[in-house]
Write a protein that binds this ligand. Structure first.
Ligand SMILES: *Cc1c(COP(=O)(O)O)cnc(C)c1O
Length: 825
């Protein structure tokens, strides 16, 4: 394994060493920029990057405590109390990371394929890997690591054993590609589909294409499609100027260097390739134009690598869509399952382990890995499973179940409790003998091992209606709201009411990972559950009850003290606990006439209490808008802000420490960002509901499976009280979901609908407690087919409008008996 000393890192990056007591020759093998995904700090150099929101320097102390010994930091930065740590000071830590990666790259001589373009980068990279892994030992970008940070981290993974590298590169600003080119130094380039010019920060398609082409400045070959004529013209001129060999392909022009004739059938596409001395055909299991284009790019790469295409034709048939990779479910006996059955390479194992760790952390759960043979590594088994063992050890895995001949033979490489089986069937047959309870279990196998059956066995049985939460959508929504705010504005997320129905613990863990500043719950019990699940963020309780004050203190929850009585009685309990400066919050009523202190007299009294009681420290003062989403009431909203400013000014002036102020909920952030103060309170926007048409993603999807399909004739009726009278022959589908699951009864009798097979089917008759019926006369469907009751095709806002209510009620109404499933990429 390749390693670098601190002196070498300093020399390569042009930095200055502040040595500390680190032994000379200390080996750096890993680099990290994100404290959250680090499994183990040993032999790691952490680069403290200065992001707009998160400054890496803020995590250095914590990482030094966790065992990281080498840090690349900005000039003057020091870590008190860690004499054993070495620092490398440099003016630009990101540039240093890039220089180190570029140096690392320069030590290897191997074919490097680089992929850029607007669409299809990741899928072309993954498909090339699926096609080529038996011929090469491949290193490739993990996930979509294609940015100014992702590219150096990818290139760093090159080892002497590798015989082919595949990296993707993405840019958002002019000037960025040259930097990526210096790091990747590709020999073969692929320019995938180019999208609209205005999608990215470039004024025209020409400028964007020219910038992207800079990645290929030193390539010997460039693969490009001539089916995008403008892009092709620019690429052709570029190749001519630089003396680069063009591999131009087309599905329309038989005169192109490589001509693909495409025949679309029922199940997929048959593609015939002619040119570059090749004549062969292959099929892919896709019909859409984008997949055909991506497959043609892959084929052209095989040609550019000078490979005989025949051994590969069969493998094109096996290509799979890139799907959500990780699925998190509740398992039997309090277990938590993390399913990842897409593929089984080392990089993705590392990512899955860090997710497992973050979910099991501080829950004191046992950690188990069920792994198949790793098929795509190219390393010798002994070495490979030794590396896997290190990853498992770093993640604190307690037990491994290995399935497959190779992993079984190398079983002695594992240092934790271990069990091996030749086939998935053998594991299933003996699984009963093992105890799986209160464990976080990673189930990760190559596709042929069919690990779905293991997940099926270990999963908590529930009925067929589930609420799926797409955690990536949630994070995208969070980031979109962040982009509306100044980087210094803090974000409190309201996770009350089971996080608007999405599951408070899981969502809070995700939010903690993505570094929001505060969480808010409605009642103490909700806060206690978060603490028991290991949430360490500050948590405010909006409706604290005096009988729960002691519990709040025990769990370090922060009360919203909305009245003088509450202030006095909480101060009393704080006194009994001999607390000092316990964080509390104060709500001002500026027009809702709900909770909060309202009169000038009350404000004065609170100020006096705070000054007299140093046991309490006012963390924030806030108010809630009555109609932030209603333009007709904007004058009232502005009035609320004026009153809030007046009251909060008085309070702040009376205290000798800083106090945060906040007034905005989701709609407020969208419509009145100028009232952000120090913090905002994000709620429903996180789940994809916008009041101004922001391009948010619907995060939740309520789905069910058809139980039965039947024909109903004129004169008959459907459901209770015969409300669904039939006038013409009708086919109905019965779904196992009713108002007890949270399906609003007001949607019955044609007011609402479900989405099936790309079409909408209206409810027919009354919705029952556990069952409902829909009209599928126009939709060919069978028992077992899926129906969506809410989701991207039926956003909560639309469902609410059909039911005559608001999306809040729809989301929070999904009952607890509906199983929640969490998806992430
Ligand atoms: C629920 C709640 C919010 C969040 O409101 P959204 O409209 O969901 O963004 C903000 N502040 C308070 C006080 C709340 O109770």
């Amino acid at each position: 394994m390749i390693s670098y000393t601190v002196a070498e890192i300093a020399a390569i990056t042009g930095g200055r060493v502040i040595p500390g007591n680190l032994p000379p020759g200390y080996a750096v093998r890993y680099i990290a920029t994100d404290s959250r995904t680090l499994l183990n700090g040993g032999n790691t150099a952490f680069f403290a990057l200065n992001g707009t929101r998160n400054n890496g320097h803020a995590f250095v102390q914590e990482l030094a405590d966790r065992g990281v010994r080498v840090f690349v930091v900005s000039p003057g930065f020091r870590i008190p109390g860690h004499p054993g740590v070495a620092l490398v000071e440099t003016g630009d830590t990101l540039a240093a990371l890039q220089k180190l990666a570029a140096y690392h790259r320069s030590r290897f001589c191997l074919p490097v394929v680089a992929i850029t373009g607007s669409n299809g980068k990741t899928i072309v990279k993954e498909w090339l890997n699926d096609l080529l892994y038996k011929h090469f030992t491949i290193v490739r970008s993990p996930k979509s690591y294609n940015s100014q940070i992702g590219v150096p981290l990818s290139v760093w993974k090159i080892l002497p054993e590798h015989t082919l590298a595949i990296f993707e590169a993405g840019i958002s600003l002019p000037g960025e590609m040259e930097k990526l080119e210096r790091i990747i130094r590709p020999s073969i380039g692929v320019l995938t589909h180019m999208g609209d010019a205005h999608q990215e920060n470039f004024p025209s398609l020409r400028e964007k294409t020219e910038e992207k082409l800079k990645l290929f400045n030193h390539c010997s070959k460039l693969i490009v499609s001539s089916d995008q004529p403008e892009v092709y013209g620019i690429a052709e001129a570029f190749c001519r100027e630089k003396g680069i060999g063009m591999v131009a392909w087309s599905t329309r022009d038989p005169g192109a260097g490589l001509f693909f004739s495409v025949e679309t059938g029922k199940e997929g596409s048959l593609i015939r390739a002619e040119g570059e001395g090749i004549s062969c055909s292959f099929t892919i299991p896709f019909k859409d134009a984008a997949s055909v284009e991506n497959a043609c790019h892959c084929f052209a790469v095989l040609a550019a690598l000078g490979l005989d295409c025949r051994p590969f034709t069969g493998r094109f048939e096996q290509l799979a869509p890139l799907t959500m990779r990780l699925e998190q479910k509740k398992g039997v006996n309090g277990c938590l399952l993390l399913n990842d059955y897409y593929n089984s390479d080392i990089n993705s194992l590392e990512i899955a382990l860090s997710v497992l760790l973050s979910q099991a952390e501080s829950n004191h759960m046992e950690k188990i890995a069920i792994l198949s043979d790793i098929q795509q590594s190219g390393f010798r088994d002994e070495e490979l499973y030794g590396m896997i063992n290190v990853l498992l050890e770093n993640a604190g895995i307690n037990r491994i179940f290995g399935i497959g001949r190779n992993i079984s033979h190398s079983g002695y490489r594992f240092s934790m409790e271990r069990h091996f089986f030749e086939t998935t069937g053998q594991f299933l047959a003996s699984a009963r003998k093992f105890r799986f309870s209160d464990a976080a279990i990673l189930i990760k196998g190559a596709r042929d091992f069919r690990f779905e059956a293991i997940s099926e066995l270990l999963q908590q049985k529930a009925h067929q209606t589930v609420f799926e939460i797409n955690l990536n959508a949630l994070v995208e929504n969070l980031n979109l709201f962040r982009s509306l705010l100044a980087p210094s504005t803090r974000i409190m997320v309201m996770v009350k009411a089971f996080s608007y129905g999405s599951g408070d613990v899981e969502i809070s863990k995700l939010l903690q990972f993505h570094r929001v500043d505060y969480l808010a719950v409605a009642v103490t019990d909700e806060g206690r559950e978060l603490r028991e699940a290991g949430i360490a963020l500050p948590v405010i309780v909006m409706n604290p009850e005096p009988h729960s004050f002691q519990q709040m203190i025990d769990y370090h929850l922060e009360p919203n003290l909305y009245s003088l009585e509450l202030f006095r009685s909480f101060a009393g309990v704080a006194g009994l606990n001999a607390l000092d400066s316990y964080p509390v919050h104060l709500k001002i009523d500026t027009g809702m006439n709900r909770l909060g202190i309202k009169t000038d007299g009350e404000v004065q009294a609170v100020i006096e209490l705070l000054v007299r009681h140093p046991r309490l420290r006012l963390q924030s003062v806030f108010t809630h808008l009555v109609a932030s989403d209603d333009p007709l009431l904007d004058t009232f909203t502005r009035g609320q802000n004026i009153r809030f400013r007046e009251v909060s000014d008085r309070i702040l002036a009376a205290l000798d420490y800083p106090v945060m102020r906040h007034i905005l909920n989701s709609a407020g952030i969208e419509r009145f960002p100028e009232f952000s103060y120090e913090m905002v309170r994000l709620g429903i926007g996180l789940y994809g509901v916008s009041s101004t048409g922001l391009p948010l993603k619907t995060a939740g999807r309520l789905r069910s499976l058809v139980s039965q399909v039947k024909e109903v004739l004129p004169g008959e009726s459907v459901g209770y009280n015969r409300s669904g009278l039939i006038e013409k022959p009708t086919r109905i589908a019965v779904l196992p979901v009713g108002y007890a699951d949270g399906l609003d009864r007001r949607l019955g009798n044609g007011r609402g609908k479900v989405f099936m097979k790309g079409r909408y089917a209206p409810f027919i008759g009354n919705i029952c407690m556990d069952i409902c019926m829909v009209d599928v006369s126009d939709i060919p469907c069978n028992p077992g087919d899926e129906a969506e009751l809410m989701g991207e095709a039926l956003p909560p806002g639309e469902v609410a409008a059909a039911a005559g209510t608001i999306p809040y009620e729809i989301l929070t109404g999904i009952s607890h008996r509906v199983k929640r499933i969490y998806l992430r990429e």
